[in-house]
Design a binder for this molecule. Structure first.
Ligand SMILES: *Cc1c(COP(=O)(O)O)cnc(C)c1O
Length: 231
């Protein structure tokens, strides 16, 4: 898998440089390598280069890959849209879910999380782009959802996630990320929970997300290469 180790190094350098530029504490932004559509061999190459946390969007693809990579202590994050008929596989196989945007899904994950495993860490996905996106809870409905999710056993409300609509407008993108931080800050006060995770920033905008306080950037193409269309 030529290139993956070098790409990973370059992404880590971008994260470090942005952290320094925007006055973030060293090491305060983690990297989730988004391996959707890429084979197990690519994940293995990134693991060999030091990466430990991987994000997947499609349940069956992810579970097949996990089977091939059972020998590696990978932390798996589910980041894609989640249908209720797929929650059991996610509850049984992942450490994190970033894309929870309704209570029914969180309840199923809570019920289906095996007792032998640690709590499943959840981020609530927030729709910070208004009507242009269908995924994510509306900001006005976030507090009620967060309170309900925080009360569920077997899962831990860890923070918030957002995917702003793609834009060339850096000011607009930063304002979307800043909105997520503001929502997290008010929830923190309301619920008295740390809500440490702000999952925001991807290959094209990770610097802007770090500027606003991202604690976890989700990076695919900058590590693994350009995906085919519709992937
Ligand atoms: C695909 C994907 C990413 C990574 O996107 P890149 O632009 O390839 O870095 C991040 N987050 C989510 C939710 C994704 O689906």
């Amino acid at each position: 898998m030529p290139g993956i180790a070098e790409n990973l190094k370059a992404v880590c350098a971008r994260i470090d440089a942005a952290g320094r530029k925007y006055g973030r504490l060293a090491g305060s932004t983690g990297l989730l390598a988004v391996s959707k559509t890429w084979p197990a061999a690519s994940v293995r190459a990134a693991f060999a280069a030091g990466q430990r946390a991987f994000g997947e969007n499609y349940v069956q693809e992810a579970v097949d890959k996990m089977a091939e990579l059972r020998d590696l202590p990978i932390e798996w994050h589910f980041i894609g849209p989640l249908q209720s008929n797929k929650t059991r596989l996610v509850a049984e196989n992942f450490a994190w879910v970033h894309s929870v945007d309704r209570l029914k899904i969180a309840q199923r994950l809570s019920e289906q999380r095996p007792e032998a495993l640690p709590s499943l860490k959840l981020c609530l996905q927030v729709n910070v782009s208004g009507e242009t996106s269908k995924s994510g809870v509306a900001p006005a409905e976030l507090a009620a959802l967060a309170a309900a999710v925080a009360a569920l056993p077997g899962v831990e409300l860890a923070g918030l996630m957002a995917i702003p609509e793609p834009s060339e407008d850096e000011v607009l993108l930063r304002s979307r990320f800043r909105q997520l931080v503001g929502l997290r800050d008010s929830l923190r006060e309301q619920l008295g929970l740390p809500l440490e995770t702000l999952s925001m920033g991807m290959s094209d905008d990770l610097e802007l997300a770090i500027a606003e306080g991202s604690t976890l950037v989700r990076v695919g193409s900058a590590i693994f290469g350009t995906r085919q269309k519709n992937q």
